[in-house]
Design a protein around this ligand. Sequence first.
Ligand SMILES: Nc1ncnc2c1ncn2[C@@H]1O[C@H](COP(=O)(O)OP(=O)(O)OP(=O)(O)O)[C@@H](O)[C@H]1O
Length: 239
Amino acid sequence: MKTVIVCNHGREVPVGTAIVLDGIDAGYGGERVLKGICAELPRGRVTALLGHNGSGKSTLLGVLAGLHAPSAGSVRHDGERRPALVLQHTAVSVALPLSVRDAVAMGRWERLGWWRRTTARDHAVVRDCLERVGAADLARRQFAELSGGQRQRVLIAQGLAQESGVLLLDEPAAGLDTAARERVLAIIDEITATGTTVVHATHDDDAARRAGHCLLLERGRVRAEGRPEEVLAAASLRT
Ligand SMILES: Nc1ncnc2c1ncn2[C@@H]1O[C@H](COP(=O)(O)OP(=O)(O)OP(=O)(O)O)[C@@H](O)[C@H]1O
């Protein structure tokens, strides 16, 4: 029997929900991009955000990360810290001289405050996060020298270093070759195995099939939500 804890615009919210989106509207200037998004994203699992270009996936990730204020509705999550947003490797400037270790340590900045005085624990977290993404041997390298796949794994480590219960990724495997893509998807699976909730935007049906839950957006509205096979079937009906 499904256990209901609260009501979300008349929808049941099962126990085990990490994030509740309740009637989210959001946009840019006068343009309304997200329109009344209601959804429940399961804790400790991967949710794949699907939809055509411009359907609002990145905007929704921004709202989930607390970087983009909704004009209506609310986001509730059960963690103490706000969700960690992992940048796409192509979105990060490589003009600055930055070691891999320093790039991951930036994930600690919000905790450190103005003086950014790191402790032994901060260093241990950075080491652990690099190990979790298989990049411990890259720690002393310059971020700019890395391949796209290596950069993406380092950015995931930066997100993990925030020690949030929720990790948000915007097309983390886009532009990577098959081996690098597979490695990123395997890391995402391993992250959820330790209890972290992952939400990632993707155009990749294989990545969606590996997810525990899918949310399909169409022109800023939820077109389908649920198990991957059901949502992918709904998606194929629209193409
Ligand atoms: N910073 C911005 N300023 C103005 N409009 C924006 C901005 N970012 C996105 N948009 C618009 O919002 C709509 C949704 O964009 P969004 O990037 O959220 O979609 P998406 O589903 O992530 O697309 P893609 O798959 O191409 O990344 C689009 O019409 C886009 O042009």
